[in-house]
Design a protein around this ligand. Structure first.
Ligand code: AKB
Length: 317
């Protein structure tokens, strides 16, 4: 039987990369993209695209009954910084959106699904270095609270209803195809655009704010690998810790300076510092490595070289 994949939230930072990777593998007509963003010629040319507000249950049911997806990637969510500005809407989108998609997945017998969690599930009481898979989790952002509740919900739906949902806790993600939307780790993408355009960057986090990060190719590999792993290899049914690299803005700026001489970074700290200060510096992802063979390919220098090469071509071209 042909694999029919539905991506919900296909036009965001992860969805943009994930959809092109899955379409290359499964063929463009077997990957249905959906997002709240309005359809345009470019999206429609790339393959099937459906406008969808994940809070609209009726439309969701129509989509499932028409296309009968066997695999779902549910990515639509409001990230940490934006959700802090509108906590009620953040909670509604992240939780009600999840309930709607999980219920539709059960009703229409979806075989497997992926839902992303985040390092935002950790909080001030969590050990910050090499944060273990299981430890104190006391998130103090609405995004983190919704992700922690979502993790519990994944495990509950798996154990109670047999919904085969898999999840990883994304660190900050760095890619060149799409901009991130409203996260605390967004500086690590923006810095590349500004380095190429103006040779300087004003950062909203302090220079020594170390956070776990990952290059997008690694994140897409982890996302597809865990979703396609044999069910018995996925032993954690809440969400797996996942790590790539850890750095702070000063270290990232030095790595950029190896390619762009004279690159300058300055600081204007805003409310996102408080969020970053409640998150881990580094993550222990040994369970993902042992259970389903996770392994990252990119370290800081490899990521910086690739980002500058890709974005220079795009911005100059
Ligand atoms: C954010 O900064 O909100 C996200 C995340 C770490 O989940 N990038």
């Amino acid at each position: 039987m042909t694999t029919k994949i539905l991506i919900i939230g296909s036009e965001g930072q992860v969805g943009t990369d994930l959809s092109s990777r899955l379409r290359d593998t499964y063929g463009k007509n077997n990957v249905i993209c959906s997002d709240i963003r309005v359809a345009d010629e470019k999206k429609l040319d790339a393959g099937p695209y459906i406008e969808l507000n994940v809070l609209d249950k009726q439309r969701l049911a129509e989509l499932f009954s028409t296309h009968k997806p066997s695999v779902i990637y549910h990515l639509a969510a409001m990230l940490s910084a934006t959700a802090e500005k509108n906590p009620k809407l953040g909670w509604e989108l992240n939780m009600d959106g999840m309930f709607n998609v999980f219920d539709a997945a059960l009703e229409y017998n979806v075989q497997r699904m992926f839902w992303p969690s985040s390092i935002a599930v950790f909080g001030p009481g969590t050990p910050r270095e090499n944060t273990p898979q299981d430890c104190v989790m006391d998130p103090n952002t609405i995004y983190g609270i919704s992700k922690l509740a979502g993790e519990r919900y994944c495990e509950y739906y798996f154990k109670r209803y047999g919904l085969d949902v898999r999840s990883v806790r994304y660190p900050g993600l760095i890619g060149w195809k799409a901009l991130p939307g409203g996260g605390t780790t967004d500086y690590a993408v923006d810095i590349f655009h500004q380095a190429i355009k103006t040779n300087r960057y004003t950062c909203f986090l302090k220079g020594d704010t170390e956070l776990p990060m990952m290059y997008m190719d690694d994140a897409i590999k982890a996302t597809i690998d865990i979703t396609e792993a044999p069910s018995d290899e996925v032993k954690i049914r809440s969400s797996y810790n996942l790590a790539g690299m850890s750095f702070d803005p000063e270290l990232l700026a030095s790595a950029i300076r190896k390619h762009i001489a004279g690159f300058e970074i300055s600081y204007e700290i805003d409310q996102r510092q408080k969020i970053a200060d409640s998150w881990p510096k580094s993550i222990d992802d040994s369970r993902a490595r042992a259970d389903w063979g996770w392994k990252n390919d990119y370290d800081l220098d490899a990521m910086v070289a690739e980002m500058l090469m890709r974005l220079s071509g795009m911005i100059a071209g």
